[in-house]
Design a protein around this ligand. Structure first.
Ligand code: ZN
Length: 477
């Protein structure tokens, strides 16, 4: 029976896309729903999202933000107000046209994002410089009517948080935009063990209606990029359209400067595709809903072993997220496969001989390594082990990323590299959208970001003119 659980997952190397779906279904993260393009997030998947929410929410509050909630529905007239914004989202907006049997006099959009509805409120709430800054976040769902969908990565409805802030000066808004990008980087790298590249989006890739969009880009283990979080400096675009003004200390009426920033359940997709392997998920300890799975191996001494397993469970349950798998209907081998599939960082095995020796066996999900640990050292060893797994998973992903960044010499080399290899292209770019588009048309790779790292560009990889910056290009999710 234990073999079945594994046999049904497609190996990652054979078909990455199918492997991804197999892992989601087998690890019970999510399931398809009767509604086209929507998914059901099952309890284990939702537990990961709850952990993400918890760690992010702490960081948002530590940087002065408060949570609020705005309506799901946005009147069409509000959505239409900012031209670039509505053009950017129009193809994906779901519309409510009827209430009961009656046709509505004005169509209502199901929020694809909440800038417009929030701005309409800010224009009421903000009067004086004393009201600023406004630092609000909301946790909610949004709807984007996507043509092709994939669980967690692109679904018609998804869960996210969106921060919306208003400031007195341009500098303050820029500081906020970058502060929240750094909050995202820190969370994604420290807690999800997913390394990212921080940078700025190009004009054609920026958020509809933003002055500037910043991003963190992660490399999935098939080499494709995943935009893991974005932070937008909205400038005064929305504040002028929605008339969000304040009376400054100098007696002048001025427009506020705004930002918005968000991450979504996409991050669960990033977690799966960065760390998963042919045995299933691998979840870093900090974010794992279950950190330790205890599997008793009874042999002929069920009571003897189970009694000890329960004692150990009670001993560590306060400090760790732990589950005792005492199900009788499955063999230990089947249980091993299941906890591996679910990506639990440490499996704790205990059999009759271990009880006699007053020890347990710890098995690492990241490396498969086994170690015997004396009962009295268990708490100490677990601490060290979980820290080490967290670090090792980050290092593995970081090394993979570093090994798959290519620096081609010219455009022909760039095309060849993208055909033959997986990963990111790092190249000089003149800043023109023509060159950016040519790369996209001929290779399918998009500009991921202009990194914050050192900039000493030479000649544009496409046109050969003087480059303005270094940029990353990749195929992406
Ligand atoms: Zn160029």
């Amino acid at each position: 029976m234990e073999e079945n659980l594994l046999k049904e997952i497609t190996p990652k190397s054979r078909d990455f896309s199918q492997w991804y779906i197999d892992v989601i279904l087998k690890a019970e993260l999510a399931d398809y729903s009767p509604v086209r393009g929507c998914m059901v997030i099952r309890p284990y998947g939702f537990a990961i999202w709850e952990k993400m929410q918890y760690f992010l929410d702490q960081r948002f509050k530590a940087t002065g933000h408060k949570n609020a909630y705005f309506p799901l529905f946005i009147p069409e007239s509000l959505l239409q107000k900012e031209v670039e914004h509505v053009e950017g989202f129009a193809p994906e907006v779901a519309w409510v046209t009827h209430g009961g049997h009656d046709e509505l006099s004005e169509r209502i959009a199901v929020r694809p994002t909440s800038e417009t509805i929030i701005c309409s409120m800010y224009s009421k709430w903000i009067r004086s410089w004393r009201d600023l800054p406004v630092l609000i976040n909301q946790w909610c769902n949004v709807v984007r009517w996507e043509k092709s969908t994939k669980p967690f990565l692109r679904t018609a409805e998804f869960l996210w948080q969106e921060g919306h802030t208003a400031h007195r000066t341009e500098e303050e808004a820029e500081e906020e935009t970058l502060r929240m990008l750094e909050v995202y980087r820190d969370f994604v790298e420290s807690d999800l063990a997913v390394p990212v590249i921080k940078g700025k989006k190009s004009e054609s890739e920026k958020f509809a209606g933003a002055l500037r969009t910043y991003t963190i880009e992660a490399m999935m283990s098939d080499g494709k990029a995943l935009q893991a979080g974005t932070s937008h400096n909205l400038g005064q675009h929305f504040s002028k359209v929605f008339d969000i003004t304040y009376l400054d200390q100098d007696g002048q009426l001025k427009n506020v400067w705004q930002t918005s920033w968000g991450v979504s359940t996409r991050l669960i997709g990033a977690l799966i595709m960065t760390h998963g392997d042919d045995r299933g998920l691998r979840i870093p300890p900090k974010i794992a809903p279950i950190q330790v799975a205890i599997v008793p191996i009874y042999g002929k001494k069920k009571e003897f072993v189970l009694d000890k397993a329960m004692k150990i469970f009670n001993m560590i349950k306060e400090e760790y997220r732990v589950e005792l798998d005492d199900r009788d209907e499955y063999t230990p081998g089947w249980k091993f496969s299941e906890w591996e599939m679910k990506g639990v960082p440490v499996r704790l095995e205990i059999g009759p001989r271990d009880v006699e020796k007053q020890q347990v066996i710890l098995v690492r999900r990241d490396t498969g390594e086994k170690l015997a640990v004396k009962e009295q050292d268990l708490e100490n060893e677990l601490n060290k082990l979980l820290d080490d797994i967290q670090k090792n998973m980050y290092d593995q992903a970081r090394n993979f990323m570093n090994e798959n960044i290519w620096q081609p010499t010219d455009f022909a080399d760039l095309k060849k590299t993208l055909e033959e290899k997986r990963g990111f292209i790092k190249a000089n770019w003149c800043g023109s959208s023509d060159c950016e588009n040519l790369i996209k048309e001929e290779t399918g790779a998009t500009m991921r970001c202009i990194p914050f790292e050192e900039q000493n560009p030479g000649k544009c990889i496409v046109c050969g003119k003087k480059a303005k910056s270094i940029a990353y290009f990749a195929k992406s999710y």
